[in-house]
Design a protein around this ligand. Sequence first.
Ligand code: ZN
Length: 317
Amino acid sequence: MNVEEALGKRGEKSSGFVEVGRTSVNIYRIPVVVISGAKPGKTIGFLAGTHGTEYASIEGLIRATRELDPAEMKGNVIAVTVLNGPHFEHRSAFLSPIDQLNQNRQFPGDPEGTLSRRTAYVAFKEVASRSDALVDLHGGDIGEDIDSMVIAGSGGGEEVDAMALDMARCFPTEYVSKLPETASGLSMTAQKKYGIPCVTSEAGTPYPVRERHIKFHYDGVMNILKYFGVLPGEPVLADAEISPKGYRYKAENAGIWHGFHELGSRVKKGEPVGEVTDLFGNVLESYIAPEDAKVTFLRTFYSVNQGEGLIGLTVLK
Ligand SMILES: [Zn+2]
């Protein structure tokens, strides 16, 4: 599809594929939905599947693009429902099986680079450069479960950075983290490159794909469109805590991980939250909540190697 042409078709919804690169036997393409509102207004860009196994984000974006009615819209949506095709197809964890790169470290990309670099380049050229704001929807990759938060971009100047914080609060989130200005390679670097506010939402795990996580992304997408006046109605901004204190534990020993609480649970100070045992069941390391907190990240694999993530706790009021 031609994104520019699709944007010009006022009051229409178009979908199709844009080529990003070729391997010896395959052509890789990204699925793009362009919704050109009946009236002119802002253009909002959305990416999902930058990590191809973060399914709740993909489902949330597809649901939103299906429901949006161009007749009601003042402005446009450009949405890539699965940016990282190889990762999606192969269900590889974190890295593209084609060039072994993390897609969300390759922006702004390179039209002469390997597939992930080319994909990043096309995403910026076709989506970010045409948009007034960029939203990248994520979640836990294979072996991870995340519940639920948003990262607001930085480096776009005071006004744009404040808008990114507002966009983050368009998701029904309890907390928002600000991206350090030194971060590089992420889609959110569009904030600096194009001077547009950017956010990354994080919710879900590859299996099971939970309704509450799909809805988290979906609600954020729809509410952001209200925030920018693309959809009618007032946006609801979450009363989110900004960059709260958190704890993230990694395995010092290899063995078996036993988490004691469901994702999203509240734990009390001093409460055991998990342990690593050896293959005979002997406890090698134990984790205790250092403060009252919410379990916002969980390892979903049973086996664990040294240095791998186990559990994340966020201290929320
Ligand atoms: Zn991700």
